[in-house]
Design a protein around this ligand. Structure first.
Ligand code: 9MR
Length: 578
């Protein structure tokens, strides 16, 4: 069982402080019985493949293409490996990461009882197939048994448990792994490095943090170094393509290196999305390159949200492949520091977010456009130069005027033009809206009417409520990640306001009023820099439609990706007119 539904929108949530967005239930751990079946299947199957008339036999080998640049990896998904997976592993990859079996609950679900059988089989398999192995992972907030650091008031006991887990597990695999993801995902979602540079303020309050404090990270690295001195030790996290999070990780790594904490590498997971520019990845790679550590992309996949059918059309595949090509072009530029690029799976149907087709091979094991884009990124981009354009930017006007912001629709709103919020982002086409914009020297004012006859704000995550999100890029800089002038503001059907990354200006206010067949919101967002007539700002508006406690659709003014929360590149524009 995989964590598909939960994670389809995972990256969107992370910036907005949603918890559990990487999540799935504890039922995900594969049992050792399944692993046994795998090992048996794979042994029997290697020869079958050679005789199979399989298109993949003809394709180039990624591990060969990149042999002078970096290792090329995939996951060892113990429950589902068949002969075709093994054939692709043999031809395309030179390193594997266990998808689940080496996680804390896989290794020591019962305190003091270590279960190495499945992972030992994986090591055997890797040896037979000439694959290097990455250990994943030693300390994480998920897929960890509940007894670990259970008593937050007993620091010594938690340290003992951390030490015992790492000493035993890393000790057992000593000399057999090229690297360990020692600590996984320790940085909180949606945080920015504070002005005093104290990255410990940005840590996730996970079980280890609560019992030990921020020192648990340095301890974990120390225990791992003692257990397996020659293994490269990594910190691994997602969303590092976002500048704010990359800056926090950079500060942490720099501090570790200065203090002599034994760390060798940074793992950029790389759970990315079609249409997201590679600028964020480039920023992270450049930043981490300043440090004396190696860099790996550890869990790469690129979702395609809102696919029309049960698989990607040719056109959809090309869009996704362009993103892959841009990512690999960027990675090649940093190949001196990049040690390994691992895909989080090989075929779409086996992916943890398979419903958005994020991998290089389709469910029939055929190479997708994305495969060819990875094999030759520059060539692919040249060939598809004409497809590179995104959807045309939508432009609208904001009219001069100052309403009273109280949820009532003053007469003055009649002067403002209608701005449609109807570009559907997901497969399901739910609620849409019509916005109006007014401006004066101090503020931007937005009124939105939403058509939605079933109102729902029951979900734990604010973005899954019936709600409106407003995105403002004051200098219309269309930057790969948010700068100081960019903001994301959300108001739900009950008038509750939540923020993504935003300049933190005082005076953001909003009201929501239910009306026949839907609701309306009125909101004011103060400008942070002077504006005049004819100023053009970057702007987007989004209608989140919720049903039964989950978001079912997203409609936009302009940006047809689900990435407005992290890049302003695809926003539409608002011209301030009189
Ligand atoms: O791919 C893994 C999936 O099978 C599990 O259900 C899930 C549980 O959280 O973990 C997935 O792998 C995660 C990885 O270990 C760490 N980074 C995020 C990955 C996707 O959630």
């Amino acid at each position: 069982m995989r964590a598909k539904k939960l994670c389809a929108v995972a990256l969107t949530l992370c910036m907005l402080g949603a918890t559990g967005c990487q999540g799935s239930s504890k039922n995900d751990t594969t049992t050792s019985t399944e692993a046994t079946t795998v090992a048996e299947t794979t042994e029997a199957s290697a020869t079958d493949v050679a005789t199979t008339d399989d298109a993949t036999a003809e394709i180039p080998s990624l591990k060969e293409i990149y042999k002078d640049d970096f290792l090329i990896g995939t996951i060892y998904a113990e429950g589902s490996l068949n002969e075709k997976d093994v054939a692709l592993m043999d031809s395309q990859f030179n390193v594997i990461t266990p998808e689940n079996i080496m996680k804390p609950e896989g290794m020591q679900n019962v305190e003091g009882t270590f279960t190495y059988t499945s992972a030992d089989k994986m090591i055997e398999f890797a040896n037979e197939h000439n694959l290097k192995v990455v250990g994943h992972n030693l300390a994480w907030h998920q897929q960890s048994p509940s007894w670990m650091a259970q008593d937050k008031n007993d620091r010594d006991k938690a340290i003992e448990q951390l030490k015992s887990h790492i000493t035993n597990v890393a000790g057992h695999y000593k000399g057999k792994l090229i690297s360990w993801d020692v600590v996984n995902e320790a940085i909180e979602d949606g945080v920015s490095l504070p002005a005093d540079g104290d990255w410990t303020k940005c840590l996730r309050k996970n079980q280890w943090y609560n019992a030990i404090g921020p020192e648990y990270l340095a301890m974990a690295f120390q225990f791992a170094r003692e257990a397996d001195p020659d293994c490269k030790l990594y910190y691994n996290d997602y969303n590092l393509e976002l500048q704010q999070k990359a800056d926090v990780a950079y500060a942490m790594l720099k501090d570790f290196l200065e203090q002599g904490v034994p760390i060798d590498g940074i793992g950029i997971q790389g759970h990315m999305q079609t249409g997201v520019p590679a600028g964020g990845l480039d920023y992270a790679l450049s930043r981490f390159s300043e440090l004396d550590i190696e860099i790996s992309v550890t869990e790469l996949d690129v979702t395609y949200n809102g696919a029309a059918g049960p698989s990607l059309t040719e056109e959809e595949q090309v869009k996704q492949a362009i993103t892959y090509a841009q990512i690999f072009k960027t990675l090649k530029n940093h190949s001196d520091k990049v040690e390994r690029v691992t895909f989080w799976g090989t075929v779409d149907s086996q992916s943890w977010r398979g419903e958005s087709f994020p991998l290089l091979f389709d469910s029939l094991y055929q190479p997708k456009e994305a495969f060819y884009a990875v094999a030759d990124p520059e060539g692919y981009l040249e060939k598809h130069a004409e497809d590179l354009g995104v959807m045309p930017t939508v432009e609208a006007n904001a009219t001069y005027g100052t309403p009273t912001v109280d949820g009532e629709e003053d007469e003055i709103w009649k002067d403002a033009e209608d701005i449609k919020i109807n570009r559907q982002v997901m497969a399901w086409e739910g609620a849409t809206g019509t916005a109006k914009a007014l401006w004066d020297e101090n503020n931007l004012y937005i009124l939105v009417h939403v058509k939605d006859d079933a109102l729902d704000a029951t979900a734990e995550n604010a973005y899954e409520h019936d709600s409106i999100e407003l995105f403002v890029d004051e200098d219309n800089g269309k930057t790969a990640s948010y700068g100081a002038d960019d903001g994301q503001y959300r108001i739900d059907v009950n008038g509750e306001i939540t923020f993504g990354t935003y300049p933190g200006q005082d005076g953001v206010k909003g009201f929501a009023v239910k009306e026949d067949g839907g609701y309306r919101i009125e909101m004011v967002i103060p400008f942070t820099a002077p504006v005049t007539e004819n100023t053009v700002i970057g702007f987007d508006a989004q209608v989140n439609d919720a049903k039964d406690g989950a978001r079912i659709s997203v409609a936009k003014f302009c940006d047809s990706t689900d990435n407005s929360y992290m890049t302003t590149e695809n926003f539409g524009t608002l011209k301030l007119v009189k």
